[in-house]
Ligand binder design. Structure first.
Ligand code: ATP
Ligand code: ZN
Length: 283
């Protein structure tokens, strides 16, 4: 039987969440920091631990079947891979930032300026689209210190909270792209049985993360009003309680409108509401 290979970041911002996702998919493997390859004992899969920059090419060239990497890296390396699933972590944006003291009003002011970045390909395309001719200075790291050192007028770098920019006296000015971690494969690999199985497991974990399991008690007279507020995977389960005319309702609620729903349920007569995390949802 074929053994799949999935490439994930060896260390850095995506490592921990990638390992957690695979473990939540029920895959059992050792996560030794020193090893490059870790076999999975209960699925025909090997995990390759690599630098994130190498992952898109490894997948394109077939050395790995799948990979978990930021969209920013895929766009920068310009490889041909297929996006199989957005993963909802590693969210950040690539932004152009300028020193706080620079009162920049329009993007056209970047004409003739120098911009330091580790993303010359993405930035180049962005500037071309906006018809701006700037001098892109490609550097390999610590981009945020370059204006302070007089190496560039502006920078283009990844930002999540903006704390690094702030502590270097910079302010974000323009959004170049937003990014999150994605599962990638070779074009056409999504048709392979093992890949399909793994995507399904990943989707069931992601779905579960977005929802909560809720159990509540309600008097029969209020049951209609309460169930009208509940979506459920199909419809809520209603279980009789020992106390006459009372029932327990079991259902799932999307995380995003959780607090709104809970207060509506209370108003409709729900009591003793218990909320639990869900591990997996298999449709
Ligand atoms: P490697 O050693 O694997 O080359 P790296 O230093 O290039 O690691 P990290 O800083 O670990 O990369 O970031 C990995 C990915 O995390 C980025 O490519 C990006 O998709 C995502 N990310 C999320 N938030 C941020 C952020 N604030 N700064 C940088 N990257 C971020
Ligand atoms: Zn990297």
């Amino acid at each position: 039987m074929k053994t799949l290979k999935i490439a994930i970041q060896k260390s850095g911002r995506l490592n921990e969440k990638s390992v957690e996702l695979l473990k939540n998919c029920g895959l059992s493997f050792e996560n030794y920091k020193s090893s490059l390859i870790s076999p999975v004992s209960n699925f025909p899969l090997e995990i390759l631990f690599l630098r994130d920059d190498d992952i898109p090419e490894y997948v394109q060239d077939g050395i790995a079947d799948l990979g978990i990497v930021g969209e920013n890296v895929i766009q920068e390396t310009e490889v041909k891979v297929s996006y199989l699933q957005r993963l909802g972590f590693g969210r950040c944006s690539l932004k152009i930032a300028v020193p706080n003291t620079y009162d920049i009003k329009s993007i056209a002011e970047l004409n003739g300026k120098s911009i330091a970045t580790t993303y010359p390909v993405i930035l180049g395309k962005f500037l071309k689209q906006k018809d701006i001719k700037a001098d892109i200075r490609t550097i390999s790291g610590s981009v945020e210190i370059s204006p302070g050192l007089g190496l560039s007028d502006a920078i283009c770098d990844l930002v999540s909270t903006g704390g690094t920019l702030k502590s270097n006296g910079l302010k974000p000015f323009a959004d170049v792209m937003s990014s999150e971690a994605v599962l990638i494969g070779r074009s056409g690999s999504e048709d392979e049985e093992l890949v399909k199985e793994l995507i399904q497991r990943i989707q069931s974990v992601l779905r579960a993360k977005e929802t909560k399991y809720v159990v509540l008690n309600v008097h029969k007279d209020n049951l209609k009003a309460v169930t009208a507020l509940l979506p459920g995977v199909k419809s809520p389960s209603v279980v009789p309680l020992a106390e006459e005319d009372w029932v327990a309702v079991h259902t799932v609620i999307p995380e995003r409108d959780f607090w709104d729903r809970i207060s509506q349920l209370k108003q409709a007569g729900a009591q003793g509401i218990v909320v639990m995390p869900i591990e997996k949802i298999i449709l």
